[in-house]
Write a protein that binds this ligand. Structure first.
Ligand code: NDP
Length: 495
């Protein structure tokens, strides 16, 4: 339900490709956000009481609505943030896979189950279940305006929460579109609501008393969100930035690795949290790999219409991309493709940098543009050391015919895909999330469902225990029995 449509101030959404105003949305104040969350509380109770089966039915119907409107939705994504229509369509396809999984698996993952009480509490019947928080606030980015917010929204809804979502100021129309389609299948209560505005509206959501905030965005904003949530001890899920690497071992399929690096680095104009930004190549194949990479990347052009990549969405990101490229070049790197000169307005042509010092910002900080650094390494030990030296730890890719698993196991990140780029993010049963500066908590899969719940344990005493442990009537005889039991159960020394 899209509420509060008549506040005093609004903001415009500008197409990054054309500069045309493509929408105007309200800037919701803290009071309006609070009122929205208040309305969501009752809706959350109603939604939770529907139970898993009915919620799954409604979520399946929502999925049908999204799929039937996918062409319109893809156009809206294209208009608001600039990605090509085919990429928008792919994003929608991936998002509904996860939505389907969440609806289908919520009961199995979160529903009540009995737990073995153990010998000392054998007279207790134990149940564990995962309960919704009530209202979850979702703050989303613009780069994947369907896939990313839905990663939190679908799972929070499937778990029985109402959701108040604050989409990015660059893609509020996409958020509204999703909520309007939801209203069609859940018309009774405001179970999914959208608030719009800038960072202040997001900060107000953090302070509104929601049960949890699911935040996806940059690491810098994540810190501010956590600080705001700390005031009221509101728990947070942090899906933050990344600086993912792709490793090419000596025995890798070089063509496949080059194709993956180009797609991973350049698609969505490089504006992907899981995007490949660094490539580490075994010295034995480096000289063969770089020309393959460059010749593939040469076929990718940033532009409009049939171009494979669109504009960079945020005007302010251009300065960051330019700085990363120019700083690397000033420090001895070479651009074997593209370069700062190829930046034209908000269009950045694919850029490949070699010989970049490891402490350059192009290697250490998120660039969020269609750029790659390519670095020769002595062996896989050096590659792993360099990959793990970064502060981020979101995903990663390894190309190796024989050693993929051994290399992947040593990478510090939330996920690693072997011989394919970003496969893990497309698989519904697998969690997505990071470590270090990439955040904590998970969306997708069973962990993604549990993320929007709290564990509730219940015990019921079936009959009084002959060993009354938790009472002052416990005497020396009971203590002796417990002592013997503990010795038998746990006292064996392990040599
Ligand atoms: P931002 O951090 O700039 O913004 C994210 C969201 O937070 C936006 O809705 C933004 O609103 C809002 N916001 C801004 N300031 C505040 C505040 N003080 N309190 C609460 N909310 C606030 O990220 P971007 O939108 O630029 O997204 C790109 C970033 O997201 C990249 O770093 C990328 O790596 C990361 N990302 C991570 C993913 C993951 O799964 N780990 C997936 C996708 C992206 P507004 O836009 O109005 O300023």
């Amino acid at each position: 339900m899209t509420s509060l449509d008549a506040p005093s101030v609004s903001f415009d959404v500008v197409s990054p490709a054309t500069g045309a105003v493509v929408g105007s949305y309200p800037i919701h104040t803290a009071a309006e956000v609070d009122a929205t969350v208040e309305a969501a509380r009752g809706a959350g109770q109603w939604w939770s009481a529907l139970g898993f089966a009915e919620r799954a039915r409604r979520l399946d119907a929502w999925r049908g609505e999204i799929v039937s409107g996918r062409v319109e939705l893809a156009h809206l994504m294209h208009e608001e943030m600039g990605k090509p229509l085919s990429d928008a369509a792919l994003e929608i396809a991936m998002a509904v896979e996860h939505l389907a999984w969440a609806a289908r698996n919520a009961r199995k993952v979160l529903g009540p189950r009995s737990v073995n009480p153990g010998l000392l509490a054998f007279n207790q019947e134990c149940t564990l279940e995962y309960r919704p928080f009530g209202v979850v606030g979702v703050i989303g980015p613009w780069n994947y305006p369907v896939f990313t917010p839905l990663g939190s929204i679908s799972f929070a809804l499937a778990a029985g929460n109402a959701v108040v979502c604050k989409p990015s100021e660059y893609t509020p129309g996409v958020g509204h579109w999703l909520a309007r389609r939801f209203d069609l299948v859940v018309p009774e209560q405001p179970v999914l609501q959208i608030v719009t505005g800038m960072g202040d509206t997001g900060a107000a959501l953090c302070r509104s008393g929601v049960g949890k905030i699911g935040f996806t965005g940059s690491t810098a904003t994540g810190r501010r969100v956590m600080a705001a949530c700390a005031e009221s001890l509101t728990p947070v899920l942090m899906e933050l930035g990344g600086k993912d690497a792709l490793i090419v071992d000596a025995d890798a399929d070089l063509d496949a690795a080059a194709a993956a690096a180009v797609w991973g680095g350049m698609s969505n104009a490089g504006q992907t949290c899981l995007g490949v930004e660094r490539v580490y190549v075994h010295t034995e194949v480096y000289d063969a790999f770089v020309p393959k990479l460059v010749s593939r990347a040469e076929n990718v052009h940033a532009g409009t219409g049939a171009a494979k990549i669109g504009p960079v969405t945020m005007p302010k990101q251009i300065a960051i991309i330019r700085h990363h490229i120019e700083d690397a070049l000033a420090r001895g790197a070479r651009a074997v493709l593209g370069g700062a000169d190829t930046i034209d307005g908000q269009f950045v042509q694919p850029t490949i940098l070699v010989d970049v010092p490891e402490d350059a910002v192009a290697v250490t900080e998120e660039t969020f543009g269609p750029t790659l650094t390519v670095t020769r390494v002595r062996d896989m030990d050096e590659a792993i050391e360099r990959v793990n030296a970064g502060t981020y730890g979101l995903g990663g890719t390894v190309f190796s015919r024989r050693n993929g698993r051994r290399i992947a196991d040593r990478i510090r990140s939330g996920a690693t895909s072997i011989n394919a780029y970003v496969a893990h993010a497309t698989i519904a049963g697998l969690p997505l999330g990071g470590v270090g500066d990439s955040g904590f908590g998970r969306v997708h899969g069973p962990d993604g469902l549990k993320e929007f719940t709290y564990a509730k344990a219940t015990t019921r005493q079936r009959f009084p225990s002959p060993l009354a442990l938790t009472t002052f009537t416990r005497g020396p005889a009971t203590d002796k029995i417990v002592d013997r039991l503990i010795t038998v159960l746990h006292g064996r020394k392990v040599s």
